[in-house]
Design a protein around this ligand. Sequence first.
Ligand code: SF4
Length: 981
Amino acid sequence: MTDKQVPRDPSSKMTRRELLKALGGLGLAALLPGAARGAALQEFDITNVDPLRAYPYRGWESLYRDQFGWDRVVRSTHSANCTGSCSWKVFVKDGVMLREEQAADFPRLSAELPDYNPRGCQKGACYVEYVYGAQRVKYPLIRAGERGEGKWRRVSWDEALTYIAEKVVDNIYQHGPDTNTFFTVIPAMSPVSFSAGVRLAHYIGGVVCSFYDWYCDLPPGEPITWGVQTESCECADWFNAKYIVLWGSNINETRIPDAHFAWEARYNGAKVVCVSPDYNGSAIHCDQYLRVNPGTDALLALAVCRWLIENDRFDKAYVKEQTDLPLFVRADTGAFLRAADLPENQRGEAPKVAGWDEKLAHSGVTSATTPVGATPQATDPNALFYVFDQKTKSIRQAPGSMGSPAHSLDLGDADPALEGTWPVWLADGKQIEVTTVFSRLKASLAAPAYSLADASRTCGIPENDLLEFAKGFTRKPAMIIHGAGTNHWFHNDLMNRAMILVVALTGNVGKNGGGFNHYVGQERIWPEHGFKMLAFPQGAPKQRFQNTTLWTYCHSQNRDPHPVAGKPIEHYILESVRNGWMPLWPKNDWAALTPEQLHDLPRKPRALFVWRANYLNQAKGHEAILKSLWKDLDLIVDVNFRMDTTALYSDVVLPASTFYEKTDINSTDCHSFMHPFSKVLDPLFESKTDWDIFGALAKKIEEVVKRRALAPFNDEPLGWVRDLANLYDSWSAEGALATDEQAANFILSNSAETKGMTYHNIQVAPRRFVGIDPDTWNSEIEPGRAYTPFTHQVEMKRPWRTLTGRQQFYVDHPWYLELGEQLPVHKPPVEDTQFPLYWNTPHGRWSIHSTWRDNRYLLRLQRGLPIVYMHPDDARARGIADNDWVRIHNDQGEAVAPVNVRPNEKRGRLTMYHGWERFLGFQKGGWQSLTYIKIKPTQLIGKYGHLNFKLNYWGPTGNNRDIRVEIEKYTGPIETFAAQG
Ligand code: SF4
């Protein structure tokens, strides 16, 4: 009907169309169903319409009018690997969670520092949407079609658990316990939920996979240089800085609760610089912006180092005491000069200095446990190193190394030389020449590439800007806030080491407001001791651990086409596994295998459990995994509150409670407080907490074992006869850990950091940690002082946790020497020149990884579909216009999505913020369809001083930045959301 055909009452002043328009303006028209709308309009005297009075169905309005009323308010938080650890109040009315609001009750650290309130982000502000959302998994489901087809059968808990338990028991007794694999992430964000499943894995001999290295959140330069996983200051310490460099870290978009500290630091005299290829939401607020070329960050950092050294703007006293730069290196082999090289009577003596632990004992600080050092009691001549003392003109032992009896960095009366060459006679009578790490570093940096002029060209930064940037590091304290933007490159270890060198040369590490502070992932759990006791009660030696990058690469058809030093990476992997440097489960006869057989091993994993994670969606080499690993697994179980990609491609989906229906605790490296998750409501629908789910599974496995009358399983390699007929008793500590609250209290009461805290008393408000365990931490928690790492080392001369006992920039492992990476150097990205554009998939503003990617409010803030961003010049060259559908492709696969052409994107690069579920609007593929796994040999080493495999601490990272693609306009058919159902 056209306007002209609308019947008009002769006395009326308003047409029906006009009335509908009026109702629509008030948001009411849509509420009327079609027929009712017609009938209602017939009855209205539309000459005198007051829709608010005349409209008869007004009962719903109280929901809107009273939305700010509530019956109860309960404290909780979120567990999405956001690093936020924000405290929220959830409002309940009539048994329904209505909304959440920031609690804003973090106690203030000091009057001198801004506080943590209010703390939150826009994702957390709409989490309640998930509680009742369409994505919610409400009942146990067993697959009724092909994996990923979306056909499910609703089953009882008993049927689902029996199905899983039968297969788990089959695997243990027929194929070996190491064929059951468990993947979950980030204990810091909810350690009880994390421990629920890994504790079960522990008691049944299963393999527990890493996450922090697999997600490439681990900065490998930290274990290499400092011997730690990651050590960062809490974010309030940013305020103490005078020079802040946001290096690959877009704090305004990915560190939303904490970004204010950096901007507030400017009121305290700080200058803030952003180093990033794209002009992003943080860059616009900075004092200086360096639009660096992708993958050139190590070069930029090393050019700064050269300038600092050449211009004598580095901290010599600090470098001599705190770094390995004065240590001797042999000219003949490139290895450190060790005591074992020298005649026994010329190995010298350690300086007579007080140990750091004695200093700690007299310092008045309140470490909650007795300090114990990592230094071995006996002197190990392979871990004893030398310097040239300029005062006595003699060669002297460097204190503090792993083999040194001097448990301190205190140099006593010595003054180590930084440069020079000296003759040394070895135990075999041979004379060699030694020099220092510093001399070698200077020689390395003398290469033309590291001059400001050359670096300016390679990095794409004007030379004057580069000079200004380098000078900035002479403002003290200076800190680098480091993010995934740089850490996700193949050569991330080199980039980390180069950046750490900048802040170490300038004496900024171990000082408030200074250092290299990496915030990618909520990696560090503060109450670590209690957590480990809960998760792995028999200790690490009785647990099978696995680096997930290696596991996924070898058990799938992922293939890195780039040889390293002429050899395929499989060569290095097999050697590493044979040497016992890296584990690879299930166990195979490694000596009998060839590198080519690594992708088709006789023993393969058979079952995979995923909880608190979206393994498949976030997996590099996604297409290869679907075609291989996913086909080999005969049981995939996903424990989830929402139907994500991993759930969709699983065999069994178990309904987990949401963040607001669980009992747990939460901490982050961004602040120094503990606070709880609480059951705002008991788990809705048929969901259960992770603790209850894995407890029920333990009972079910026990039941199956008893029904089959199976004898205890002799797990010989671990020396453990597993009585699975009493599994639940073991798992629940005979009932002492039957509930999640008991588990939370167990962690709190067994950790120095949370002494005196209970699950009950942290309900009142977040509580600051009360002390630290010096076995795991490197600084104290002190009243009024923001936590910053490594004050033990700098203030109390505690040796660093490295082979040399110092910040170690020189690594003399044979593979590092072979690959020319004994010192930090710049290496260009691993390129595939056939494809011209970088494929950049950074963390974004509108989701935490894949969580909230499907949230309707957040989708409204974007274009509602997975979007690829590109520079106008790149678009023009390919005849692509804004909002076109495009096909992105390379040798790994393809993805089809709409494009957003924007000038702040870097030329030569495409960006798609990561986390989009495969089913969220791609016409083909997904953002991981273009990626593959690349393993760096330097991250496969072990049995080298401090570099030994440790879950989430040391192992190859699943990097993803060096990917190249091409893009073209997509002209195929477009299936709409409606058509997709
Ligand atoms: S999602 Fe994370 S950052 Fe956002 S409010 Fe929740 S805890 Fe804070």
